[in-house]
Design a protein around this ligand. Structure first.
Ligand code: SAM
Length: 292
């Protein structure tokens, strides 16, 4: 590729270089703000999945416009990858799905609350849509979990989502924590991409909700769901699905079903190839042969 061919192809890539942003993503956050006014009055913010740092650049610029002194602005940026230093931005290198990283972020805030949390996290895309969507929602849930610890009531959360087939479940989870949940697609986000951004405003967790680092979806070692009590247990509404006329998996039915006149036994299509009980079965078989 020639030196200028990417510039010809991608206007935002070119503009980012011209305007000094570390990535074209800067325009996504700027355009989200044009529509949703997310920086209004914001002094403290968390930038999750921040490298190479164009959103942190935007945050620094916009938040300093809100402050009398630059020191009044607090920005914490987190990424798996190392990021070149940015004045006024505290960096943490870590995985946002790990509890240890979440604890580091919380510690940085020293009990103070953030006005805004943003997350532009994107996994390495595999091209297998179901897996990509799953990993993307795991990132979003990790970001939401951290957000419940650091965001002030009334605060704003902005995060990248993939508009896949199960995205409404993600919306309903967010809606439990925020009064307004909107999905936005900035012009600088390519139409060919299923990426969009959720703008969650007026953080208002369910009454009695206590932020907990135990996240049933992310912490796979955790298995006692009954440890969660009160409103914390109602994170996801349960929705039963399937036609009521379908067979009930808990009911015993006669061998001859309605409309059938005979019953024919069929072998399982594929039995276990190497089950752990194989040795015992073989020993039992040989004992039976020896005894006969
Ligand atoms: N907003 C950034 C900017 O404007 O420069 C661009 C972010 S880039 C699209 C996505 C970032 O997510 C990558 O830097 C990647 O390392 C980060 N990321 C992906 N999974 C992560 C995880 N589990 N924890 C922390 N960062 C993660």
């Amino acid at each position: 590729m020639g030196k200028t061919s990417k510039d010809k192809r991608d206007i935002y890539y070119r503009l980012a270089k011209e305007e000094g942003w570390r990535a074209r993503s800067a325009f996504k956050l700027l355009q989200i703000n044009e529509e949703h006014n997310i920086f209004n009055g914001v002094l403290r913010a968390v930038d999750l999945c921040a490298a190479p740092g164009s959103w942190s650049q935007v945050l620094t610029k916009k938040l300093r416009q809100n402050a009398e002194n630059d020191d009044d602005v607090k920005i914490v940026a987190v990424d798996l990858q190392a990021m070149a230093a940015l004045p006024g931005v505290k960096q943490i290198q870590g995985d946002i799905t790990k509890i240890s990283t979440a604890n580091e972020i919380i510690k940085e805030f020293e009990g103070l609350k953030a006005d805004l949390v943003v997350c532009d996290g994107a996994p390495d895309v595999t091209g297998l849509h179901d897996i990509d969507e799953y990993v993307q929602s795991q990132l979003l849930l990790a970001a939401l979990n951290i957000t419940t610890h650091v965001l002030k009531n009334g605060g704003v959360f902005v995060a990248k989502i993939f508009r896949g087939k199960d995205v409404t479940l993600v919306y309903s989870q967010l809606k439990l924590f925020f009064e307004f949940v909107t999905v936005s697609k900035p012009r600088s986000s390519r139409n060919s991409s299923i990426e969009a951004f959720v703008i969650c405003q007026n953080y208002s967790p369910p009454p009695g909700y206590v932020p907990t680092m135990i996240n049933p979806l992310l912490d796979h070692k955790y298995c006692d769901f009954n440890q969660l009590t009160g409103p914390n247990r109602f994170i996801v509404p349960f929705i039963a699905c399937g036609d009521l006329s379908a067979y009930d998996s808990d009911t015993s039915y006669p061998l001859l079903l309605e409309g059938q006149s005979s019953y024919e036994y069929k072998e399982p299509v594929q039995g276990p190839i190497d089950p752990p009980y194989k040795d015992v079965l073989e020993k039992t078989k040989s004992m039976q042969i020896n005894n006969s």
